[in-house]
Each structure stands twice: as structure tokens, then as C-alpha cells.
Write a protein that binds this ligand. Structure first.
Ligand SMILES: [Fe+2]
Length: 191
């Protein structure tokens, strides 16, 4: 399964939804992390891209989420390591590899960065800094549903300081901000 096939599969199921944007954001973050660690960039990117592809049928059934996805991915010829990471991000398999752990940490991060970008005057990642995201993380009412501890696990599970990790993910998402709908309110903010 290459990147084009994976994207086609994701789009065939999730269309142009917020979940597709989240999947593209997760892909970008995973690729950036893999680069940092000298890991397999394509493999890590694939895991990020396909990790939620069954949410078209499992949105209201989180017990089946990723179990269905694993079947779809196996049928489509996805690498075993990707299927393992996908299952692991919803606690349906033990997270063993660094990729398994990275996907779990990345999952809540993209939504939090998106929310942090959208409340800025720029409505973009272009001028978003790690510090500002960190401040938002301390505000319990802001995007209250997103698990801060899972994001902060970058330290324990990936060996990255929170600032460093957030900056890396912001950069990854900012590189595809147009696709993510985070290109901003106007050129005065994001030249
Ligand atoms: Fe996700």
C-alpha cells in the first residue's frame, strides 16, 4: 500500500470531512517525527493517514473503532506494523514500537493545534508558536475534551520535551495549512 492508495481509501470512506483533515495532519506530524528519529518516514506517515479510516462506520461505536479499520487495512494490503499502530491508538493492541506510541501521542495533538490556530486573529498555524499552545493546554475550559496528558506523554514515550514536540507538530501542520483549512484569514497575517 503506497501513499496514494492509502489517501484514496481514506477519501473514499471519509470524503472531505474534518476527520480526513485530522488524518492528513496526523500523517504530517508522524512523518516529521520519523524524520527526527531516523525512522521510516513513509511507514509512519501511512499509520497517521489511515488511523481513523473506519470512523465512517464507527463514529458512534468506539469499541469497534480500529478493529473494523484493521480488517479494512489488512484487506487493502497495509503493512502489519501500520495495522498494529492503528489498533494501538484505540487501546485495541498494546503499544510496543516507537511508532505505536507516537501515533497515540499525535492523535489528540492535531485537534489541539487546530483549535489553538483557529482562535488566533490569523486563524492559521502560520504565526502559531509552541508557547501559545502550551498556554492553552493550561486553560482547562479550552477544548476541554482533548486529553492533555496524552499530548504531554511526548516526554515519557518519545523522549521529546513538550516545546520541542509541539513546535515540530506545528511546523508539520503549517506546511500543509492550505489542505487543513488553516491558511488563515488574510495575507496581513500570513504573508
Ligand atoms: Fe485520530
Amino acid at each position: 500500500m503506497n501513499r496514494d492508495e492509502a489517501l484514496q481509501l481514506v477519501r473514499s470512506r471519509l470524503g472531505d470531512s474534518a476527520t480526513t483533515k485530522h488524518s492528513l495532519a496526523a500523517e504530517a506530524c508522524m512523518r516529521k517525527l520519523a524524520q527526527r528519529f531516523g525512522e521510516d518516514v513513509e511507514l509512519w506517515g501511512l499509520a497517521g493517514l489511515v488511523h481513523d479510516l473506519d470512523l465512517d462506520v464507527c463514529q458512534n461505536d468506539l469499541e469497534r473503532h480500529t478493529v473494523v479499520g484493521a480488517e479494512v487495512l489488512a484487506a487493502a494490503g497495509a503493512p502489519k506494523a501500520v495495522i498494529q499502530a492503528v489498533l494501538g491508538h484505540n487501546d485495541k493492541a498494546t503499544r510496543v514500537t516507537r511508532m505505536d506510541k507516537a501515533l497515540w501521542v499525535v492523535d489528540p495533538t492535531t485537534g489541539f493545534i487546530t483549535a489553538s490556530a483557529l482562535i488566533r486573529p490569523s486563524k492559521s498555524t502560520c504565526d502559531l508558536e509552541a508557547d501559545s499552545v502550551k498556554k492553552r493546554m493550561k486553560d482547562k475550559r479550552f477544548s476541554a475534551a482533548i486529553n492533555r496528558d496524552q499530548i504531554k506523554a511526548c516526554k515519557e514515550l518519545l523522549g521529546l520535551e513538550l516545546d520541542d514536540y509541539l513546535a515540530l507538530c506545528i511546523q508539520a501542520m503549517n506546511e500543509i495549512r492550505v489542505e487543513l483549512g488553516l491558511a488563515g484569514a488574510g495575507a496581513e497575517h500570513c504573508p
